[in-house]
Design a protein around this ligand. Structure first.
Ligand SMILES: [Zn+2]
Length: 426
């Protein structure tokens, strides 16, 4: 599914300067009402690391979008999509009783002229939850600029595929590493990149990526583990037991993440937590957070990056579980590797003729791509493209063909101006 219909190519140089407008929003509310609020705007002097083509379209829908229009004639000049922890929280029991707020930060190309920005949040039924509009005058004196004395966090390139203008810039951020532990952080960052490049399509498209390790120091070593009563003072204040789920490691301090990255070109974020606990999380176009000293670090960091970079859904489920709040079976989810319409899955172009639908798991050897029932936490009504995949379990060493196809097309979308941005069919 292509979000937005491109009528003509938007000329980057005409509309944008080579710098980044960072916009901080608060998403707040409860299960009944949600609102979007502007907190702050700032200029990041590191230049614009994002794409300079296909500006007005996005291949994936996410649970939210930002659309930037020229104020002069309402032409869409930039679009991005994302998911947010706030959307996940809305389906928790707490959201029924206790309104809360969540930090969110987005990077936009810095406009040359006045623009109108519209932020939209959608729910699991793909209905609109909230919209928010604001006008941005690029000469506004209250768009903050970093002072000359603002220090850039120490960083080191682990892999350089090319100039940040042309490739996908991934920042790997240290969480729970003291200054004395930074050698260990750089080792873990290298392991993460190595694991990424052990997977297709990242391996054969390595020249489309930069990976920069950013050594944000923590006062305490390790991260907070609330179920053990352990709280630590760390760079981005992450903790386990997000939404009271023991293995779910996230941070509510999204502004702190971006503060540590100021002055460094980045588009995607992987946060490595210095602990051997098992856990993590990945949120589409937001961040990946995972634990670097756990035995399953190598597969998990790639799985979570599948979420945060690729917008891929989880392909796992448990027998007899059906989670219709997260994935209603009468709605086609936007995630490219799960479907509720088995007769016409998004990956139908990859199906061999004669593939039985649903495809029996016992025949997985015969059908590397099929329509297998059980995905996205539900054993019934939601389907996955392969029996086994990096998005299902830690033992399978690769992404399934449909996930590889999605990732390859996304990388092409972001890095190849000649790519046709119409590839995800529905
Ligand atoms: Zn897959």
């Amino acid at each position: 599914m292509l979000v937005g219909i491109s009528m003509h190519a938007v000329d980057f140089e005409h509309f944008f300067a080579d710098s980044t407008l960072r916009v901080d929003y608060t998403f707040a509310g409860d299960a009944g009402h949600t609102g979007i609020f502007l907190d702050a705007m700032s200029l990041d002097p590191a230049g614009w690391a994002g794409r300079r083509h296909h500006l007005d379209v996005m291949p994936l829908e996410g649970n939210g979008s930002i659309v930037m229009r020229a104020a002069s004639d309402s032409t869409v000049i930039y679009r991005t999509t994302f998911s947010t922890l706030f959307s996940e929280w809305l389906s928790t029991p707490e959201a029924e009783t206790t309104p809360r707020s969540y930090e969110n930060v987005y990077l936009l190309p810095f406009p040359r002229e006045t623009v109108d920005i519209m932020v939209t949040l959608t729910d699991s039924r793909r209905d609109t939850l909230a919209t928010y509009n604001h006008r941005v005058d690029p000469t506004d004196i209250l768009i903050s600029r970093p002072s000359a004395s603002t220090a850039v966090t120490p960083h080191r390139y682990i892999h350089r595929g090319g100039d940040s203008h042309n490739v996908i810039d991934v920042a790997i951020l240290a969480e729970g590493y003291t200054v004395e532990e930074m050698d260990s952080f750089y080792t873990h960052a290298s392991q993460a990149v190595e694991s990424m490049f052990n997977h297709e399509p990242f391996a054969s498209m390595r020249d489309r990526f930069n990976f920069v390790a950013v050594a944000s120091p923590s006062i305490d070593s390790g991260v907070s583990i609330p179920r053990l009563g352990e709280w630590r003072n760390t760079a981005v204040g992450s903790h386990f037991s997000t939404f009271y789920s023991d293995r779910y490691l996230t941070t509510p301090h999204v502004r702190a993440i971006h503060d540590h990255l100021r002055g460094i070109p980045y588009e995607h974020i992987i946060i490595l937590a210095n602990t051997d606990e098992y856990g993590g999380g990945g949120i589409y176009n937001s961040y990946t957070l995972t634990t670097a000293r756990n035995a399953r670090f190598a597969p998990v960091v790639v799985h979570e990056f599948g979420h945060s970079f690729g917008g891929l859904g989880d392909e796992y489920f448990y027998d007899n579980d059906v989670m219709t709040d997260t994935y209603p079976t009468d709605i086609e989810p936007w995630e490219p590797n799960v479907t509720t319409t088995p007769d016409h899955p998004k990956w139908h172009s990859l199906l061999e003729e004669g593939t039985p639908i649903p495809t029996p798991a016992e025949e997985a050897d015969r059908w590397p791509v099929g329509v297998y029932e059980g995905a996205a936490y539900s054993s019934r009504g939601v389907y996955r493209p392969a029996d086994r995949c990096r998005m299902r379990d830690n033992d399978t060493p690769a992404f399934c063909p449909a996930c590889r196809w999605t990732l390859r097309n996304l990388i092409e979308f972001y890095t190849n101006p000649q790519s046709a941005p119409t590839w995800i069919n529905n």
